[in-house]
Design a protein around this ligand. Structure first.
Ligand SMILES: [Zn+2]
Length: 174
């Protein structure tokens, strides 16, 4: 998978998700002690802090093939920006996937609450989602758009957004 363009890499991850959902995964979750020195990360996946499934399992890739920073409700904060910059400069990663999920316990806990910046972001997503379901999809697309804006000066990095239903485990690229 080394020289794949971002679009082909997305296709590869999509196919891996299909294997995962259909119980035909190539890589078992027990492979977690793979030699990370020999594994080159292919993409960065920004995941929510309460995502219940490791993205490497979800996309059926080897451990270490995805860099996975996590933040509450996939908030784009300074730590996320620093990690994306590191991934691009050090590993040459040019694909970032902002991976939302539902149900997101963080998103739902912050809705309508006075918990600072996180609640403001969640409430903005809820207002924009209107009747779209689940509202987490709108939030994911918003965070991806925000990330695109904030890393515009870093170079050619493709930012995709995706959503996983934790019950079915299907990933939908938005
Ligand atoms: Zn979440």
């Amino acid at each position: 998978m080394f020289e794949l363009s971002p679009c082909h890499l997305i296709d590869t991850l999509h196919a891996g998700n299909a294997r995962h959902v259909c119980s035909r995964a190539r890589y078992a979750a027990t492979d977690e002690h793979a030699d990370l020195e020999e594994t080159r990360p292919l993409a960065l996946v920004l995941a929510c802090s309460d995502l219940g499934i490791p993205p490497s399992s979800l996309f059926d890739v080897r451990p270490g093939e995805l860099l996975v920073p996590q933040s509450a409700a996939i908030t784009v904060d300074d730590g996320v920006l620093a990690t994306v910059a590191f991934a691009h400069e050090f590993h040459g990663i040019d694909l970032v996937i902002v991976l939302g999920h539902s149900p997101c316990r963080v998103f739902r806990a912050c809705a309508g609450q006075a918990c600072g910046a996180l609640s403001r972001e969640v409430d903005t997503s809820l207002r924009q989602s209107r009747r779209a379901t689940p509202p987490e999809k709108v939030h994911t697309a918003r965070m991806a758009a925000l990330l695109r804006t904030k890393i515009a000066g870093l170079g050619p990095i493709h930012v995709a957004s995706a959503h996983v239903d934790e019950t079915s485990r299907w990933v939908e690229f938005l």
